[in-house]
Design a protein around this ligand. Structure first.
Ligand code: NPW
Ligand code: ADP
Ligand code: K
Length: 503
């Protein structure tokens, strides 16, 4: 799915109206109808629920007017509130004229704000994608009034006051929605941790926006769904053998962190690699052989950390990082790997920290390498804290462009920046993954996919990120959020990948 800017959303609106020979009022009727249906079918409004619909002066307010009309006609006790404004959109004015006479119109004023009681549902139709500046005055007072209440707030399209694709000034008033109902496509703002308390639970409501127009829209930011990935992972041919799926090498572990090497190894095996060799310091040899008997193990001459790079000739891809530690000798192994590797590299955890501590090593990164930092590792990598989540995404895209590598930013909606500037957000996963070891599993999974010759670097990264979160989602009913361990993710990698395979 494309994540369109506010201007593109307006253009799509117009393209739909032209392509489908409808009026903007028809489209508004559809949009509002989808909101009304969601309120009735998903929120399960009953006839006793007090519903306050708050409308601004533009088309977002127009949507609110139609929702109020539809709910009123269906017999629900709606109270309709309008924000005074110097100008109103044409469609707002049109919809206001369609209001049934029995539906009272109340003007919002400093001394006349909606009264919220227990169970009140507020429909926030003040401002949508046409927001042009931070809220102030009466609009800000209303939003603060509602934020201080216990109302269930359902935001139409986007919480009022929230910019769709930029950070609003600090301390500006933004609605804290319980639910946000976005038309057809999500907005970039929904995917960023800084906006979680405004956006609440977000849902997409299809309203028949023109598919061809969406396809024609130039857009470098994507929210990746299972539908878009299905078929990107080749089915295993009948006469395949272990040589078909590549031989992966993992460099991982140090004393006390051999578990990271074990988890990444198990994940790589479960992701279908043909052959797997894991290089660990000598202290990890027995542990690895026992916990991952399908993998071969190469012990380093040193006991507690890696000091030597093995011969890379047999391997189709190399992963480095989980549990590695940051010893000087290990840094020399990383340098040697970067200087000599002729195959795809996956770089994670302490290998990223070593790259952050010695930025000159970053110039050695082979193009198309895949780096998998979480935000703190990413900050160390680029050597500069981000001002906010948007700035961090800019840093991510710059890093990918500068190095020619694919760079991940792990989180609830993990982002992937490609060297060509495109940005992809993963759509799977759950907060049960927020515990040690989940990232090590991702490294192993991605390593297997990069060792596979039949998958492009981009497809490997997208399929890997998706399957990682999906495996955790499949594990969830068996474990619950608190009980979800990294090893549970490993167990469901197979089924998660199977869902994406060619028929
Ligand atoms: N595209 C789609 O898919 C569909 C879109 N639809 C709906 O249309 C919505 C977009 O509508 P929209 O463009 O009319 O903008 P909207 O958000 O109502 O605000 C504009 C008004 O607010 C004003 N204003 C702005 N900022 C302000 C501020 N801080 N403080 C005070 N005033 C401020 C601004 O005035 P001005 O900036 O000119 O002073 C203008 O009057 C979209 O979110 C969705 O709900 C559906 O109906 C159909 C499908
Ligand atoms: N709230 C969340 N929702 C979805 N995925 C999450 C969430 N928290 C963490 N994850 C995922 O779990 C993994 C954690 O990786 P990382 O921080 O490297 O952990 P570790 O180093 O302990 O293995 C990442 O892939 C991240 O996207
Ligand atoms: K809104």
């Amino acid at each position: 799915m494309k994540l369109l800017s506010a201007a593109q959303t307006r253009a799509l609106d117009q393209a739909t109206i032209q392509a489908q020979h409808i009026t903007s009022a028809d489209l508004m009727e559809r949009a509002a109808g989808a909101v009304t249906n969601w309120l009735l079918d998903e929120l399960l409004l009953d006839y006793d629920t007090e519903i306050q619909v708050c409308c601004g002066p533009g088309n977002n307010g127009g949507d609110g007017l139609v929702v109020a009309r539809q709910l009123h006609r269906a017999g629900y006790p709606v109270q309709l509130w309008l924000l005074p404004a110097a100008r109103h959109s044409t469609d707002f004015t049109h919809q206001k004229q369609q209001l049934p006479t029995g539906l009272a119109v109340r003007q919002i004023a400093p001394d006349n704000l909606p009264t919220i009681t227990a169970g009140t549902v507020v429909v926030d139709a003040l401002f949508g994608t046409g927001l042009s500046r931070p809220l102030e005055g009466l609009a800000a007072a209303l939003v603060r009034h509602l934020n201080d209440s216990d109302a269930t707030v359902v935001a139409v399209d986007i919480p009022s006051g929230l910019y769709a694709d930029a950070t609003q000034p600090a301390d500006s008033a933004v609605m804290r929605a319980t639910y946000t109902l976005s038309f057809e496509l999500p907005k970039l703002a929904f995917l960023l941790p800084q906006n979680a308390s405004f956006v609440g639970d977000w849902r997409l409501l299809p309203i028949g926006l023109d598919a061809q127009a969406i396809q024609n829209m130039a857009c470098a930011i994507h929210f990746v769904t299972a539908d878009e990935l299905r078929g990107r992972l080749p089915k295993r041919p009948k006469f395949s053998h272990k040589g078909t799926f590549g031989h992966a090498l993992l460099l991982a572990g140090s004393k006390g962190k051999i578990g990271a090497a074990v988890l990444a190894t198990q994940a790589c095996l479960r992701a279908g690699v043909g052959l797997m060799t894991t290089r660990v310091p000598a202290v990890g040899y027995d542990i690895l052989q026992i916990s991952a008997p399908e993998a071969m193990c190469l012990a380093d001459p040193a006991t507690d950390f890696l000091t030597e790079l093995p011969d890379l000739t047999p391997y189709a891809a190399v992963g480095i990082g989980p549990g590695l530690g940051q010893h000087d000798d290990t840094r020399a192994v990383l340098r040697q790997l970067l200087e000599t590797a002729q195959v795809p590299l996956i770089i994670d955890a302490d290998a990223l920290n070593l790259l952050g501590a010695q930025p000159e090593l970053q110039q050695l990164l082979p193009p198309d390498s895949l780096l998998t930092p979480h935000p703190k590792e990413f900050e160390r990598l680029v050597g500069e804290p981000a001002r906010d989540d948007y700035h961090r995404l800019d840093q991510l895209r710059n890093f990918a462009g500068r190095t020619g590598c694919y760079c991940v930013l792990k989180g609830a909606y993990t982002a992937l920046a490609a060297p060509d500037g495109a940005l992809y957000f993963n759509s799977t996963g759950n907060p049960g993954m927020a515990s040690g070891g989940s990232g090590d599993v991702l490294t192993g999974l991605l390593l297997a996919l990069r060792a596979h010759q039949g998958i492009s670097p981009l497809a490997a990264a997208l399929v890997g990120l998706h399957a990682h979160g999906r495996a955790a989602d499949l594990a969830l009913p068996h474990t619950g959020h608190a009980g979800l361990l990294a090893s549970d993710i490993v167990r469901f990698i197979g089924p998660a990948l199977e869902e994406l395979m060619d028929e």
